[in-house]
Design a protein around this ligand. Sequence first.
Ligand code: ADP
Length: 489
Amino acid sequence: MDETTSKLAFDTDWQYDPAPESTDHIRIDEQYELFIGGEFVAPKEGRYFDSINPANEKVLARIASAGKDDVDRAVKAARKAYKTSWSKLKPAERGKYIYRIARVLQERAREFAVIESLDGGKPIRESRDIDIPLAAAHFFYYAGWADKLEYAFPGKQVAALGVAGQIIPWNFPLLMAAWKIAPALACGNTVVLKPAETTPLTALKLAEVVRDAGLPPGVVNIITGAGDTGAALVDHPDIDKIAFTGSTAVGRSIQKSLAGTSTKYTLELGGKAANIIFADAAIDEAVEGIVNGIFFNQGHVCCAGSRLLVQESVADEVIRKLKDRMESLIVGDPLDKNTDIGAINSSAQLEKIEDYLRIGQEEGGEIYQSSGTLPDTGYWCRPTLFTGVSQSNRVVQEEIFGPVLTVQTFRTLEEGLDKANNTPYGLSGGVWTDKGAKIFKMTRAIRAGVIWANTFNKFDPASPFGGYKESGMGREGGLHGLDAYLELS
Ligand code: ADP
């Protein structure tokens, strides 16, 4: 690129024309009830909360808040369905129901994508191309396993666990619901799922799909509410398995609650992934991978590549190219197809990110943010880079869950590896190099559940996902995801 074209590419005087996705094909009701025993029922205590569109702070719908009695109702419905219908069905029949859910999701993909972006703030490009297709793919994948479980675990007897309680976060609302529900049903369990309080809408829409797909009542129950609803589900005595994705702090409290009980659990918690660029990497591709790993989806990804480790000899080049690319990222309306970075999920999350921006500067880090205007209402954060930070800084050690990247350098492979592993987390990592041998060396030595080489944030239902250390325990996806919902003997 010569100087003139480079200037043109990053000149902020011109902008893309707006390309908004239409909303005339979706239906969001004013109020949503709890989905228990195959029907929508009002919460016993009559409490409701609002789900807000984080891009304009407007209320999208009133959502029922499940109290202890509602949680009990949902668990009882799931137990009854487990005993009387789901466990009695032939596995191939269970598979047919799960395929049906997958097909309906595909048919209604556009509607689900728009609602996901409205409720959670993520760019329509992400929800349309990643969240919804992957959610359908998970149902397809696990539907296929329903009648082949003995082939998945040769020589073993397989049996369902019973009733699974499932608690999910707000960053991939429908996809996390699919990760949890699809393998549980395929293995013959029934479920009570609680979506996050800021993003309940696509899970409630999924409840409609479950109902329309004709699943026996009570096989899937969806209850909404905040942390106390989640805690009541964890504490319920008739749950056989808890599957949780969320913060390490809540994961720890769940572990404490379940200590000494026979309830099985899997926990998928926080992360602070290193994305490591060696000098021999294809730098332009690596820069794009770094941007994809932390800035797209507002950094609301537990496996986000939030720590960049770059080999010293190419650090200046990488940082310069990163800054250029950050300048070209479009922050704004999640429903606009040109948008790269949507709205931060909630005001509380924006406050947390802003706290870290302050802390990083107080610790001596040098902050760089893209320029450009942000919308007047809604919750927004510019893509942010911290240079001049060290291993002990909080912004390097703690999960921020926003579009904030720290940059450190290294000289030797060993130094890069030490820095990559020097965190309490171990969910994911990335390596960028031209040399296959280096990839193998690094991927074997990085203590993380998923490591990408010369790419980042790629998912497939057949591939297991989960963490080391404080990033959790157990795996979801692939055969490992079946194991988590079965008793093997
Ligand atoms: P995040 O920081 O990503 O919001 P949380 O761990 O707070 O993560 O939330 C993830 C999910 O866990 C949400 O559905 C939330 O309502 C639920 N949750 C929060 N507190 C508890 C708790 N004490 N017990 C069970 N679930 C909880």
